[in-house]
Design a protein around this ligand. Structure first.
Ligand SMILES: [Zn+2]
Length: 427
């Protein structure tokens, strides 16, 4: 879907539904705007239920200040106006009060985006605006001044967060990625000390992902078509369960000996369509498509491991809490976890950007899941469903182990019982 071609009214309602639907705002909090090329500002209204917002509820504020629409504009209209004045590169603004970011805002701490490279690339450094009365010109001035320093996302002291962008989708992705960082950091707090990436470490990702030569497919097998649909269904499901964000997460599936399908680079995970999935055959990519930057790694894994039929890498907050603290996740918690996940090796940051040999060496029948330091969880399976199940089980297990830290000590299943499980289920 080409989101930018939707009318501003529809874009605003769609993104508000997404923010409300995923628990990132209440019915009364949050507001969004788009600035048109002719200076019209389209903004969400004040006092209208965010859960049932309709395109006709959106207000249009003309450059001379005339308001067109059935409601008053958001009470935070003054800060939207002030930000656009200071940042002419912005075409959209997203503001809301998601719980994890409120936690940072009331602890008066700025969430660290250097925990995974993609989050830092999307959000950059986060600005901090001191508290002022909501709806006041003073609040508008302190927020706009902070954006004027070059930040693209600003934490509001004892209030929430504002993200700007060249498009509404871009501003939303920044907002959502920062919320992901906040949720991950909160979970990581119970696991250990968070490791922050340096500029050089973040720069490693840019050198990676050189393009494959292209080819024009002359046929699409039924198996390939079926897998395209299955990949999309699972990406949407992973997004709905917050195992992926709009900007991160890769899924691939083997079609036959020489080809596989993989999700594209840079497209919003929630709006992926059949045609967005990229076919890779004999080391070439389907023409006019940009596959995930992990394509070469997935290709190397499929070549080395004929038993693997699907690979997922994802950023789910509880599993990633272990990646960013560089701690091992104990899977000897309940039988399901150990049977589905086995032991999960933790691999050093950067192995995914090289030739992938260290990853290939670690993977095997008894090691289907890996944690990559300051990056992602990588799961494999004979089928897409098996790789997806492993992602879910790993995320649940991590969540349970983190929850345990609040109530007592984790008592793992003993060595004898593990042997018994291996004999019954894994031999
Ligand atoms: Zn607010």
């Amino acid at each position: 879907m080409k989101f930018s071609l939707l009318h501003p009214r529809v874009q605003l309602v769609t993104i508000m539904e997404r923010i409300y639907g995923y628990g990132m705002t209440t019915t009364s909090g949050g507001n969004l705007s788009i600035l048109d090329e002719n200076g019209d500002m389209w903004i969400t209204p004040a006092g209208v239920d965010k859960g049932t917002l309709k395109p006709q509820d959106i207000i249009c504020v003309k450059p001379d200040g005339t308001m067109v629409g059935p409601h008053k504009p958001s009470s935070e209209y003054p800060f939207h106006r002030a930000i656009y004045q200071k940042r002419p590169d912005f075409r959209a603004i997203v503001h809301a009060h998601p719980p994890a970011l409120i936690a940072f805002s009331i602890a008066r701490q700025i969430p660290n985006t250097r925990i995974i490279p993609q989050a830092h690339t999307v959000c950059g450094q986060v600005g901090y605006a001191p508290y002022r009365l909501p709806g006041s010109l003073e609040l508008g001035a302190v927020i706009a001044d902070t954006f004027a320093q070059g930040f693209d996302v600003v934490l509001l002291e004892n209030h929430g967060v504002v993200a700007g962008g060249e498009s509404l989708l871009g501003a939303f992705q920044r907002f959502e990625t920062l919320d992901f960082c906040a949720r991950t950091l909160i979970q990581a707090h119970s696991v250990g000390e968070v490791h922050s990436l340096t500029d050089d470490e973040i720069a490693l990702t840019r050198k990676h992902g050189e393009k494959l030569p292209t080819f024009k497919p002359t046929f699409h097998t039924s198996r390939e078509r079926e897998l395209r649909q299955h990949i999309i269904d699972l990406v949407h499901r992973a997004y709905d369960q917050r195992l992926m964000t709009s900007t991160a997460g890769t899924v691939s599936a083997r079609v036959d000996e020489n080809s596989f399908l993989i999700t594209p680079y840079g497209l919003d995970r929630l709006y992926l369509d059949l045609d967005d999935i990229v076919l890779i055959r004999d080391g070439q990519r389907e023409r006019r498509k940009q596959p995930s930057r992990a394509t070469r790694l997935h290709m190397a894994i499929y070549q080395a491991h004929p038993e693997i039929g699907a690979i997922i890498s994802a950023q789910s907050p509880n599993a990633v809490a272990y990646c960013v603290t560089r701690r091992k996740l104990d899977t000897r918690t309940i039988p399901e976890s150990y049977i589905v996940l086995r032991d999960i090796p933790l691999l050093p940051y950067g192995v995914q950007f090289g030739d992938g040999k260290k990853i290939i060496k670690q993977l095997g029948k008894d090691k289907p899941v890996l944690l990559l330091e300051n990056d992602a969880i990588l799961t494999t399976g004979a089928t897409l469903m098996q790789a997806f199940d492993r992602l879910e089980v790993a995320e649940f297990s991590a969540q349970a182990v983190i929850a345990t830290t609040h109530i007592g000590e984790l008592v793992p299943i003993g060595a004898e019982e593990v042997k018994e499980l291996e004999a019954k289920f894994l031999s």
